[in-house]
Design a protein around this ligand. Sequence first.
Ligand SMILES: N[C@@H](CCC(=O)N[C@@H](CS)C(=O)NCC(=O)O)C(=O)O
Length: 220
Amino acid sequence: MTQATLVIANKAYSSWSLRGWLACKIAGLDFREEIYDMGAPDWKTWIAARSPTGKVPCLLIDGASVWESLAIGDYLADSAPAKFWPQDKAARAQARAIAAEMHAGFMELRKAMWMNVRARFPGKGRNPGSLNDIARIQGLWAETRRKFGAGGPYLFGAQFGMADAMYAPVVARFVTWAPELTKDSAAYVDAVWNHPYMKEWLAAAAAEKWVLEKYETAID
Ligand SMILES: N[C@@H](CCC(=O)N[C@@H](CS)C(=O)NCC(=O)O)C(=O)O
């Protein structure tokens, strides 16, 4: 069987790449990375040859091409559902809903506080829209942890699953931009930031040579 390939971009900046990569790690998949710089002059040509949407991540596996981070998680979860989603039905419903909410939303936060895991812009990026998204995220983290998270530090307890993978780039944003967080949110941020998968990603991002100037300066 051919080894799976995950097509991704800059580990410092590509939040969607991080989600797809975490899904592969959760699955315990034997995969190779094909990674390239979104800022390179031939980026569009490079990615067009590898991903039907011209976006990352894209997983090339078993003769199939799977794009969209959530679809990558679903594809991999077919073979190992318990690694990705809680087994309890109500918990699983919550996990799927919050993962989908992340996949489709929080545009104001994403615009104002982009992911740059190497940078620190404390106090910047705050505007009514981003603060509103942050309030909603803290609310859904708190509700999820209160109802389903008693067994450990992650959204659904002891196991780092697909819902955590979807919110990991938000955690990275909160580390970079340091918005005011509740004590419980801060503890969740700390747990995800220090997860071994995150540490592996962050070490690779630190070693990466590519720099995209547009993500290196906070405007306000
Ligand atoms: N909804 C997609 C989002 C994919 C996406 O926007 N990827 C960004 C990277 S963070 C990208 O490929 N940007 C490069 C480009 O548009 O040229 C997913 O879940 O995978």
